[in-house]
Design a protein around this ligand. Structure first.
Ligand SMILES: Cc1ncc(COP(=O)(O)O)c(C=O)c1O
Length: 472
């Protein structure tokens, strides 16, 4: 059969799936229902290049500058820049702007792989801040203010601090207090808000009960994947410059160095449409989204006994972290079950299935999810099966120098060897072993389990080998 990928996409679409994964638009209906159907109908013809009148992303003076100014107003920033290589590109540019070559960066150990890539591009030394562990669910939580202060005090020569907030599961850190500590010491705070591009708009429309956005909390640079939870196309994002602690021209220079020189006009136009949606019907859509969430949390608690849904004081509740282990399902089994019902989720960790909701989800999506969970409760009885245990998560590994001479060896034989190329379960895309860390028995076992569960692990080749420092 030819055109495997295209056929897969079309067949998937025809199967009437429910998306609780990226992107946040959840398909064409949000554009069609809000007056942007003409753009979708003409998408191929809108795929152009920098002809006169179309402006230039890296020297914006016309329509692209207008889009950036709209984001500047929406997020209330000093400057906002459109990104076409996702938050990944924005994060790399932000780090290379804030930290000179060979400098030091204090960063959460559970950062996304793009940040580790920036380290090697800029020969930057990381100082890891370790997030809290939420034992009950076996996942990583916030990075505490105390942990950041400890790292700052021990590393006065660090240039900047970077952490994800929200993290993949929606847990936010206390960015406001962290910003105060970072600024007291004259450093720059970068927040990876890839998963929280929407938070500012809950605030703007007076919706309570969500963590404050990093823009409002005092971060200097904030990187938002508008594609993950809002309505722009996959790979689009926005980087917000929120203070004058960073030179905007330096940042602009890094952005043009990192990003494609042929940015897609379709993607950039989707960023404009996303801004337009936020301006014209943001209030209605944000209200509907949060009402649907409240409805779901309440109905699920009432109608699915035994279901655990994660609650946390710093949780961005747009991420539904579901645990049906009381029915004997671990996360992978629950994902399979939901898939049989046409429901596709974002992430599985241990017993947790994370459903990523977005601006484009409608009440009918939440109803289908609830119905699927209810049918599990009807088909299988509570307490018939032993609940499965949460899986272990990242902890600190012994660190040493990043090796220069490398070789590939079997994972099984890697105990005691120094990692030379990150090993990254995907999703969530957080390296489990980073360059310079030493493989130990427990981490090797953890990676073997991920592979046995058919999860993707970047950094392991087809023979099951990892890249380590060459001995001798
Ligand atoms: C925490 C975090 N930061 C950054 C990124 C990169 O975002 P993007 O996919 O927009 O490049 C991801 C991707 O999933 C992520 O999970």
């Amino acid at each position: 059969m030819k055109n495997l990928l295209t056929n897969f996409l079309l067949e998937h679409k025809d199967s009437d799936p429910v998306s609780f994964h990226m992107p946040g638009h959840k398909g064409g209906r949000i554009y069609r229902e809000n007056g942007y159907g003409r753009f979708l109908d003409n998408i191929m013809d809108c795929d152009i290049t920098e002809i006169p009148g179309a402006d230039n992303l890296f020297q914006a003076e016309g329509p692209l500058l207008d889009v950036m100014n709209r984001y500047k107003a929406l997020y209330e920033t000093h400057e906002s820049y459109l990104l076409v290589n996702g938050s990944s590109g924005g994060l790399i540019a932000a780090i290379l702007t804030a930290v000179p070559k060979g400098g030091k960066l204090i960063m959460a150990r559970n950062c996304h792989k793009s940040i580790f890539n920036a380290l090697s591009l800029g020969s930057i030394t990381p100082v890891y801040a370790y997030p809290e562990i939420i034992e009950e669910y076996g996942i990583l939580g916030a990075v505490s203010v105390e942990e950041i202060v400890k790292c700052l005090d021990a590393n006065p020569d660090a240039e900047a601090v970077l952490l994800p907030s929200p993290n993949y599961y929606g847990i936010c850190s206390d960015v406001k207090s962290i910003a105060e500590e970072v600024h007291k010491r004259g450093k720059v705070l970068i927040i990876d808000q890839a998963h929280g591009a929407h938070l500012k708009f809950f605030e703007k429309h007076g919706i309570q009960g969500f963590p404050e956005s990093a823009e409002t909390s005092g971060a200097d640079m904030v990187i938002n994947s508008t594609h993950k939870t809002l309505a722009s196309f996959t790979q689009t994002a926005v980087i917000n410059l929120c203070s004058d602690r960073v030179d905007r021209y330096d940042l602009e220079d890094r952005l043009q160095a990192i990003e494609s020189s042929s940015p897609s006009y379709i993607m950039m136009s989707s960023l404009e449409i996303n801004a337009d949606i936020l301006e014209t019907c943001g209030s209605k859509l944000m209200q509907a989204w949060t009402e649907n969430l409240s409805w779901f949390y309440e109905a699920a608690a009432k109608e699915v006994p035994g279901l655990r849904i994660m609650r946390h004081k710093m949780l961005d509740a747009t991420k539904l972290n579901l645990d049906m282990s009381a029915y004997g399902f671990n996360g992978n089994q629950l994902e399979d079950y939901l898939m049989e019902k046409g429901i596709f989720v974002e992430l599985v960790t241990g017993n947790i299935v994370m459903c990523m909701t977005g601006i484009g989800n409608k009440r009918c999506d939440f109803e289908r999810l609830l119905d699927a969970l209810k049918s599990i409760a009807q088909e299988r009885r509570l307490a018939e099966v032993q609940p499965v245990q949460p899986v272990a998560v990242t902890r600190s590994l012994r660190m040493t120098e990043v090796p220069l001479r490398k070789e590939r060896i079997l994972l099984e034989e890697a105990e005691g060897s120094v990692c030379a190329s990150s090993v990254i379960p995907y999703p969530p895309g957080i390296p489990i072993v980073c360059p310079g860390e030493v493989f130990d028995e427990e981490v090797i076992e953890y990676i073997k389990q991920r592979r046995a569960a058919q999860e993707k692990v970047i950094g392991l080749d087809e023979l099951g080998r990892v890249v380590v420092g060459r001995k001798g």
